[in-house]
Design a protein. Structure first.
Length: 257
């Protein structure tokens, strides 16, 4: 996620590569970040904290405590902390870094890499209006940004944080079906991906309910309604709802570990 965000911000012109410094526990991850973004990295978190105005915490929940320990004493007093760590509330980050810190919790997704991300943003009590505007602009530069109450951030994770993986699975499945029907693999993947992209743009640009758009292409006794019938028989609608629910609950669990 860190690489996707950094590269997305660079491509959007929000930051230059020279303005970003990455950090990771492993040399492999540091090299991947450097190669992906053109930015420098360091293994010294304290050094980065001493010179940074904005820090993004992007680690697995089980590594967060160690990451916070490594920067706590080195943070600038006015530093803005952005956490994209799944499941961990602002209050827990404040316990680790200081209860007067300006802390923002964000749940972005990987399409931020290509400027088509979705981010849910929750502000801590010590984030100024100016910082709030900055963070909104920062995440809007790589896609759609929505300010939400913190108690909904895990649900944001369930739909948009994990949603790209659901979409990738659907693209793969549609392509497999097309291959079974005789279409070449590369063409099938491109057609499936473009179909989901086009359908998504129709929802966003027409502002029509997706059910209305679906009904508009389901002619009586036609091919589309036959396909929809199979999806309904297979429980695809319920499976997607259950996926969002399961991912949301898992985020809650991770925050308690």
């Amino acid at each position: 996620m860190a690489t996707a965000l950094a590269l997305g911000w660079i491509r959007a012109g929000f930051f230059k590569p020279s303005q970003i410094v990455g950090s990771s526990r492993t040399e492999r991850s540091r090299k991947k970040f450097e190669q992906g973004t053109g930015s420098k990295t360091s293994h010294d978190n304290a050094k980065i904290a001493r010179t940074s105005d904005l820090l993004v915490l992007s680690v697995k929940p089980k590594f967060l405590a160690d990451a916070m320990d490594s920067i706590r004493e080195s943070l600038k007093p006015e530093a803005l902390i952005v956490s994209v760590v799944a499941g961990v509330p602002i209050s827990k980050i404040a316990e680790g870094l200081g209860d007067k810190r300006a802390i923002v919790r964000v749940m972005p997704n990987t399409p931020c890499l290509v400027g088509q991300g979705v981010s849910g943003i929750a502000f801590g009590p010590h984030v100024s209006d100016g910082f709030q505007q900055l963070i909104y602009q920062l995440f809007s530069s790589v896609g759609m940004a929505n300010v939400v109450p913190e108690n909904l951030i895990d649900a944001v994770n369930g739909i948009s944080g994990c949603g790209p993986a659901y979409a990738f699975l659907m693209i793969e499945a549609l392509a497999d079906g097309a291959v079974k029907m005789g279409i070449a693999r590369d063409m099938a993947i491109s057609m499936a991906a473009q179909t989901l992209l086009g359908a998504s743009k129709m929802v966003l640009e027409t502002q029509q309910h997706p059910a209305a758009l679906k009904d508009a292409v389901c002619s009586p006794a036609g091919t589309t309604i036959a396909g929809i019938h199979e999806l309904e028989k297979a429980g695809v609608r319920a499976a997607l709802m259950n996926a969002v629910q399961a991912a949301t609950h898992r985020a809650h669990e991770l925050g308690k570990q």
